[in-house]
Design a protein around this ligand. Structure first.
Ligand code: NAI
Length: 321
């Protein structure tokens, strides 16, 4: 059996250098951490280093690079690695970013379990795999948790921290502090739940959006406007609970005034949509009028979205909270 490697404080290992791994690497480097980037496909690491250089230089030129260090200094903190053991050596935190496949991730965590000591935090970027499935049977389960980012993590700071039932509170505390240190906005889930918090909220919204279109109440384009020119503007600054608090004379006043109306409307919500058939076709066609679904148009629209998110992030940073 392999012996544990040292985990003297200092660096972060990012395992998987795709979309999310690259973003994590930039975030950790922005706060001055040494980052070792590992991928099972060496070519991915090479490509990642090239694209990180391009992106960080571009961010620096446009004034949106995070952190106190310049792009060159941040880039010098990131190195590629072709060996997993070498990548995690000396790491205080390992951020796993391999594809969303339970067996693949379990295999990787079993490998990490063998080569890490009792101090490093083993963190998964999984969007929806439950910690009880990901980390079952690991000797270092107390050091494991999910830290689920939101795409693109560089511009959307939320990170959901989701523990396994046996995760040590200190593991969550350490990860919470690390996320704050790299400028992210961590939230703690006190226990695991399918979809975590973000996707449960998102799916509730998507389901009702779908039903409203399916039932012919509103067009797909207008439905999206309800969010982007209505609820979404408010939700970029305050959540649904604070919205209730502010929309009356405090929370209890809101419940007093509006709970009957809310319950009446909620009782009219339909079943879970199938997300297929004629409605899927109708929504697809409507979306393609605005953004054709070829790679070029989708990439251009994503770049526009990321630019908007970047400016919003900066505005939020400047405004009093
Ligand atoms: P991706 O497909 O862009 O990158 C995955 C990388 O992992 C690839 O470079 C692949 O070569 C590498 N890989 C595969 N097996 C490996 C192994 N055993 N060891 C090391 N590297 C390995 O995937 P993406 O989008 O970056 O997603 C990564 C994780 O982040 C997933 O769990 C995903 O659910 C989660 N996530 C993704 C979001 C998104 O919008 N893409 C948002 C939030 C979380």
């Amino acid at each position: 059996m392999a012996s544990p490697v040292s985990s003297a404080p200092g660096g972060v290992a990012v395992v998987g250098s795709g979309l999310i791994g690259r973003s994590w690497a930039m975030l950790f480097a922005s706060a001055g951490f040494r980052v070792k980037l590992f991928d099972i496909e060496p070519r991915q690491v090479t490509d990642a280093l090239v694209s990180l250089r391009k992106e960080m230089k571009m961010l620096e030129m446009s004034g949106y690079l995070k952190g106190e260090l310049g792009a060159e200094e941040q880039l010098s903190l990131i190195s590629g690695c072709s060996d997993l053991r070498e990548a995690v050596e000396g790491a205080l935190h390992v951020q796993e970013c391999v594809p969303e496949n339970l067996e693949m991730k379990r295999k990787l965590f079993a490998q990490l379990d063998k080569i890490t000591d009792d101090h490093v935090v083993l963190s998964s970027s999984s969007s929806c795999l439950l910690p009880s499935k990901l980390f079952a049977g690991l000797a270092h389960v107390k050091q494991c948790l999910v830290a689920h980012p939101v795409n693109p993590p560089y511009y959307v700071p939320l990170v959901e921290l989701v523990p396994h039932p046996e995760t040590a509170p200190a593991t969550v505390d350490r990860t919470y502090a690390l996320m704050r240190r790299v400028g992210q906005s961590p939230v703690r889930l006190l226990r695991e739940v399918d979809g975590f918090a973000l996707n449960r909220l998102q799916y509730a919204v998507i389901a009702e959006a779908w039903r409203l279109v399916e039932e012919g109440v509103v067009s797909p384009g207008d439905l999206d406007l309800v969010m982007s020119d209505g609820l979404g503007l408010r939700y970029a600054f305050i959540g649904p609970l604070e919205t209730m608090h502010l929309n009356a004379e405090g929370m209890l006043s809101y419940c007093d005034r509006y709970s009957e109306g809310m319950k009446r409307v909620l009782k009219t919500f339909g079943p879970i949509p199938e997300f297929s058939g004629a409605t899927a076709e109708k929504v697809h066609q409507a979306m393609c009028v605005k953004v054709p679904d070829d790679a070029e148009h989708l990439a251009a629209r994503r770049a526009w979205r990321d630019g908007c998110l970047m400016r919003l992030a900066q505005l939020k940073h400047q405004l009093p909270q």
